[in-house]
Design a protein around this ligand. Structure first.
Ligand SMILES: [Zn+2]
Length: 376
């Protein structure tokens, strides 16, 4: 595609050589949350390389919006006028590119959309030119640019990837606006959980070095606004849909499950894994057998319902913050337990025991809340 990227028009000079930075207006993101959020915008053309497209590149990147031009044939590739010959090398060269927003276009879909604009030229009868048929079509004017099939925000900086992992608990290299994988589902659900968690806690992602993270989260919230607001509305009403189930569970969330007749509180350790209608939540609780020890387990939450949407309390496991009466019940039970222990084992009074939690936990506030809820 690189060779066909040049149009015959002399006016259309390539404005950016291999490593020349594009003008600022080309770099600015359409989802700019504020002035500091300026991902490098790259227009990516993908092609299935079949039929008339057999000699096209499977993908090619440009600084400008790709299109077809006057004089093109059906053999022409969708292309821009400012190609990036090697995007990875470009990122190596320009270390200040932290985020890149790829707008992805299909060469095949574009050709289909403008098919009617081609003029069919007369082909000779002899020799047989069937193999050259694609050249006997001509565009008599430039075609319009089209909206991208999807967008993809790529976190170019490894430092930023590491910071996002540290802050959110999620490893994110890219976020696609088109959801096509369980990996992408996990990221979008996890980022929802993270963004709502910091809002509930009244926290912000602090520090100058974390501005990019805050902007990244805002970008995700804008792109997935409909989905996130649908989840917000359901959860406020105490309901959950199967598509939003993983959004309920994130690190440090205190959850409650019923084992036998007794409810039991746990803390979510990591984001859940979803397989079809089953969610597996890595979590832990504290057990006491003379001394405290952290008991790790994976809780499994199934969706046995025929409905797509149910009450949160119908789930076998749910966040305790939705159930104030359950929280009170667990607290009362905890008090009874400690009164009992204090009578029998003076040396294990609750005032001394939490020391062990705090030495092993990085989230002592969550642990101490859990501590109050657990009696065994
Ligand atoms: Zn193509």
């Amino acid at each position: 595609m690189a060779s066909s990227a040049r149009t015959k028009s002399s006016k259309r000079k390539l404005t950016h050589s291999k490593f020349h930075k594009p003008p600022k207006h080309l770099r600015r993101g359409s989802y700019r949350a504020d002035d500091s959020f300026e991902p490098l915008i790259i227009h990516r053309v993908i092609c299935d390389c079949e039929g008339y497209h057999y000699d096209h590149q499977s993908h090619a990147d440009y600084f400008d919006i790709p299109q077809l031009f006057e004089g093109d044939s059906k053999a022409s590739a969708l292309r821009g006028e400012s190609p990036i010959e090697n995007t990875d090398e470009y990122f190596e060269q320009y270390k200040d590119v932290v985020l890149a927003l790829f707008k992805v276009y299909s060469c095949n879909a574009y050709h289909d959309a403008v098919e009617h604009k081609f003029e069919m030229l007369r082909a000779p009868k002899n020799p047989d030119v069937e193999a050259l048929e694609r050249y006997f079509y001509r565009l008599n004017e430039d075609c319009d640019s089209r909206t991208p099939q999807w967008e993809e925000l790529v976190i170019v900086s490894e430092d930023l990837q590491n910071e996002i992992k540290e802050v959110t608990g999620l490893f994110v290299e890219r976020v696609l606006t088109q959801r096509q994988s369980t990996e992408m589902d996990a990221i979008v659900n996890g980022l929802y959980n993270y963004s709502r968690r910091i809002k509930r806690a009244g926290d912000e992602v602090n520090g100058r070095s974390r501005e990019h993270i805050a902007n990244f989260i805002r970008w995700v919230e804008i792109v997935f606004r409909n989905e996130y607001e649908e989840a917000d509305d359901l959860f406020v009403a105490g309901r959950v849909a199967i598509s939003h189930l993983p959004k309920l569970f994130g690190p440090d969330e205190i959850i409650v499950t019923t084992q036998g007749d007794q409810p039991q509180a746990y803390v979510v350790a990591e984001y859940p894994e979803q397989n079809d209608d089953t969610l597996e939540i890595p979590c832990y609780t504290w057990s006491f057998n003379g001394r405290f020890w952290r008991k790790h387990t994976n809780l499994v939450v199934k969706w046995p319902f025929s409905e797509d949407e149910v009450s949160i309390y119908d789930l076998s496991t749910y966040p305790l913050r939705f159930d104030e009466s359950m929280r009170q019940r667990l607290l009362d039970r905890g008090k009874t337990f400690w009164q009992y222990r204090e009578r029998r084992f003076v040396s294990y009074s609750p005032a001394n025991s939490p020391f062990e939690f705090q030495t092993v936990s990085t989230t002592s506030s969550t642990c101490s809340r859990l501590y109050d809820l657990i009696y065994t």
